[in-house]
Write a protein of this length. Structure first.
Length: 523
């Protein structure tokens, strides 16, 4: 599909929308703002990008999965219409987002932004920001799928939350405020969570606001999400009045939602109701069962920014240690004993995290370095086994796969790759069990061809299994044994010798009654 001069086929221009919706806040009313939504069908060729599918619609941009035909790789592209029918702030906002991404040097937990493209095509003008594609979806997707699984949200979810904190810390260390942190803006790339969507960023802390932002018009178009906003965001006249503690409040809201039994944020309602609650009402922390976590959340959600954590690293340190202290000098001995206890009980992940914290504070602690190196080596060994399992999933037997799984769990019990491989192995085992059951049921019905077909399918799920070899051999032997008798029965019937045919049929039934119980049972 190409874009022609009549771009109505891919662009929907909505009526002016001067008032915010329930989940959005525009810093100032902008009565001439129009919401322009791009609708590009899969197969659209937009400059170097081949559109595959729509990922999301934003307030002024649409995000697509596309193939960058120069890089020969899939990317996410954020597209805004920069023609006369859209607000000029849309382009300013996208350029500011691109600028924010490239100020951040540590991108291990920040979404990669590649290039900013200006594309004129068939009378339409577009600005395109190409970014890393988060094939794992958002934290919101993950939370929705585990809404009833509080234990997984607490243990695995906390690990994801710590990765998000690392991304926010990297942003702050680069002088970039996010100001719209929420589960929708936390994206999973190959199992690693990263922070994305810096379109609401207030600029760079080490520069005056007049230099950091392009112009005042860009400030007026910024949008936030009230359910995750800090109290000062509701009352700030200028984004220059905000600082990194606003992001720490938003992280507290996400952490509250992750830990809540029903997976709810602390406050809900209309914009006016949320403004009142966030600025004047303390959240109810009693549903959260873990006292240390509740205390951490409470500190994040203090109304007064001075009472919150002042840096993301302080929050991360309390999450790692399980203590409500920011300084580690007085905790080393306790942490070291915790490391030894974790190792004794096979909990290598928390032991590794505590070693990293000790070394971060004191790189000369050789015992911690030695244990960390050993844990890292075991992590890599387990990773190699899980990689081999994934690569051999179609050709290895269930026995071989289970042996590899047991070995990997023995080496590193809490390896993050283990859950995915176990799910795949369980699916394969269930399909094998169903195929064997269907085959055995067909044997009981004396439907030999169908039974053999099911056993062949079971062999694909569990190649070389002895019970499958026996089952297929059994069916072949049965068919070879009773087929001559069947021919004699048919000959007797053709000759009118019904008594002889009946006697032969009874002999077949008697033979099968003795043979079928010897068939291997369902695994």
């Amino acid at each position: 599909m190409t874009i022609n001069c009549a771009t109505q086929s891919i662009i929907r221009r909505e009526s002016p929308a001067p008032f915010p919706g329930e989940n959005e806040l525009y810093i100032s009313d902008y009565p001439e703002r129009r919401k322009v939504i791009l609708d590009m069908e899969p197969g659209t060729q937009l400059d170097r990008f081949f559109i595959k599918k729509l990922l999301a619609h934003g307030n002024s941009a649409s995000v697509y999965l596309a193939n960058d035909q120069i890089l020969d790789s899939d990317v996410a592209i954020k597209v805004v219409d920069i023609g006369p029918n859209n607000s000029p702030n849309a382009a300013i906002q996208l350029r500011r987002e691109h600028q924010a991404y490239h100020h951040i040097q540590d991108r291990r937990h920040v979404l990669q932004a590649f290039d900013l493209h200006s594309v004129a095509w068939g009378g339409a003008a577009f600005l395109i920001l190409s970014m890393e594609y988060a094939e794992g979806g958002t934290l919101r997707n993950w939370l929705n799928e585990r809404r009833g699984d509080e234990e997984t949200r607490y243990f695995q979810g906390l690990e994801y939350f710590k990765q998000i904190c690392q991304g926010v810390a990297a942003s702050h260390n680069a002088g970039v405020l996010h100001l719209d942190l929420k589960p929708e803006n936390c994206l999973c790339v190959e199992g690693v969570y990263k922070v994305g969507d810096y379109s609401s960023s207030a600029g760079f802390l080490n520069q005056p606001m007049s230099q950091a932002l392009v112009n005042d018009e860009a400030i007026s178009s910024r949008c936030f999400t009230p359910a995750y906003m800090a109290p000062e965001q509701f009352i700030a006249i200028d984004p220059g009045d905000l600082d990194i503690r606003s992001d720490l409040y938003s992280l507290g809201v996400i952490l509250y939602e992750l830990a809540h039994p029903q997976c709810r944020p602390p406050f809900a309602g209309s914009y006016e109701r949320l403004r009142e609650l966030h600025t004047s009402v303390s959240p109810l922390l009693y549903p959260i069962e873990h006292p240390d976590l509740a205390a951490i959340i409470q500190r994040c959600l203090e109304k007064d920014p001075a009472k919150r954590y002042q840096r993301v690293e302080e929050l991360m340190r309390d999450l790692e240690c399980g203590y409500r202290h920011s300084e580690m000098e007085d905790q080393r001995n306790v942490m070291w004993q915790d490391i030894l206890t974790h190792i004794e009980r096979g909990r290598l992940s928390p032991a590794r995290r505590l070693c990293q914290l000790i070394l971060q504070d004191d790189p000369s602690w050789t015992d911690a370095r030695e244990i960390l190196d050993q844990i890292q080596e075991r992590f890599q060994q387990a990773q190699s086994i899980y990689t081999a399992m994934e690569q051999g999933l179609d050709r290895l037997s269930l026995h071989e796969l289970n042996a590899l799984l047991n070995a990997a769990v023995e080496i590193f019990p809490e390896h993050p790759a283990g859950q995915t491989v176990q799910i795949l192995l369980e699916e394969k085992t269930e399909r094998y069990r169903q195929a064997m059951e269907e085959g055995l049921t067909a044997v009981l019905r004396h439907e030999w061809d169908e039974a053999y077909s099911w056993f062949e399918k079971a062999d694909r799920y569990n190649p070389g299994a002895i019970e499958i070899v026996k089952a297929k051999r059994f069916v072949n032997n049965i068919q070879q044994t009773i087929e001559p008798t069947r021919r004699r029965i048919n000959l007797c019937l053709d000759n009118g010798d019904h008594d002889r045919a009946l006697n032969l049929a009874r002999s077949v039934d008697h033979y099968l009654a003795k043979q079928i119980p010897a068939l291997p049972s369902t695994p």
